[in-house]
Unconditional design. Structure first.
Length: 382
């Protein structure tokens, strides 16, 4: 016997829209001009995926009527629940054939499929894929059911079906801006020295935190004006990993010059990036990687491992260096070379800012994503 929800008529669905999630009492029927776009965020912690969604949503609010579904994002409207999104999606946006749900995680794809295929909501599902290695069977199955896929790199596009466009992530160049005087900003931060070298991300081996610390053990004794900061949190088993790294720094009498600051709220990240003269991003694997773009937009140079989209972001020798993944010797040599002349380092940061503004502005990403929505609404299939 079919579920009443899956066999409900359009009129019955609109009546359901006037009831709360438990069916008890009434709430206002969704506004006449229903949202064109729902963006899902089913993750309480602010991850890299959250950061990219957060930035894009801030731009999309200028283009579309939009609701955030799930957990909060700093730059997005207050979120609604999945069930509220389902109820509102039964009413099509004005002058459009359906609503679009933009999803980025497995749980979000699954929630969208339930809404579209079981509850029969008139929606289409768009998934962003950044992975540069083959997905496991479950996400492959989910991705195969998407209406359109946006890949962040050409490599990612080769690993998934239904690709509508390759759209690299961008950064908000109005939020991430170079400081007027970087040395003054660094001095005001309270950290020692005159210049900052930073790493941003979860403290764990995949992010290369240990490679960063190993490099700093060799770089800092030769660069007395530089201090390193580790921005990010260790969770679970990685707490012991972090303690081991701190023990190595303490044994080398460098614990005060390589400082672990913990997790920094997304709202404070622009000011943290303004402190840095150099960002080091040495992950062993990265799908895309947004922090180098944030640093570059803030006028900092970057040394990164050859993963994610780092080689596309960095102009070798002009805005930074790209080194082989896991190669500590190359990493140390690159950091030593780029920090040998602080004036040249600052100049590279200026070029980095210009490169991001021209090629990786968040407004460009949002506009290209919106083109995919328009193609879906026009009836194109992928």
């Amino acid at each position: 016997m079919s579920s009443p929800v899956t066999t409900a008529s359009n009129h019955e669905r609109e009546q359901l829209c006037a009831q709360d999630a438990t069916g008890q009492g009434s709430v206002p029927v969704p506004f006449r001009n229903s949202p064109e776009l729902y963006v899902t965020n089913f993750h309480k912690r602010f991850t890299g995926v959250s950061a990219t969604a957060n930035g894009v949503v801030a731009q999309q609010l200028k283009l579309r009527s939009l609701e955030l579904v799930g957990d909060p994002l700093p730059l997005a409207p207050a979120p609604i629940s999945w069930w509220q999104a389902v109820r509102r999606s039964w009413r099509k946006p004005e002058n459009l054939p359906f609503t679009i749900w933009h999803v980025r995680r497995n749980a979000e794809m699954l929630a969208g499929l339930i809404a579209r295929d079981i509850l029969r909501c008139p929606i289409r599902l768009v998934f962003t894929s950044a992975a540069k290695r083959r997905h496991s069977w479950f996400p492959r199955m989910l991705i195969s059911r998407m209406d359109a896929v946006i890949a962040t790199t050409a490599t990612a596009a080769q690993l998934v079906p239904h690709v509508a466009a390759v759209v690299p992530h961008g950064v908000d160049i109005e939020r991430f801006v170079p400081p007027g005087d970087r040395e003054k900003v660094w001095a005001a931060s309270g950290f020692p020295g005159r210049h900052g070298i930073g790493i941003v991300g979860r403290v764990r081996a995949e992010k290369g935190t240990d490679l960063f610390v190993e490099a700093m053990l060799r770089v800092l004794p030769q660069r007395p004006d530089f201090t390193a900061i580790v921005i990010g949190q260790a969770l679970g088993a990685d707490v012991a990993f972090e303690q081991e790294l701190k023990a190595k720094l303490k044994a080398a009498n460098l614990i005060d010059r390589c400082v672990f600051v913990g997790e920094v709220p997304a709202t404070r990240m622009p000011e943290m990036m303004q402190c840095l003269s150099l960002l080091v991003a040495p992950p062993r694997y990265e799908g895309f990687g947004l922090t180098p773009l944030e640093a570059m937009a803030s006028g900092a140079a970057v040394v990164a491992s050859d993963t994610g989209a780092f080689a596309d972001m960095i102009s070798e020798g002009q805005t930074g260096h790209v080194v082989p993944v896991g190669d500590i010797e190359s990493l140390v040599n690159a950091v030593l070379a780029i920090t040998s002349d602080p004036k040249r380092l600052a100049s590279m940061g200026q070029v980095a800012r210009q490169r991001v503004a021209e090629n990786f502005a968040l407004s460009q990403e949002a506009a290209r994503i919106d083109e995919v929505y328009e193609r879906l609404w026009s009836g194109e299939r992928f």
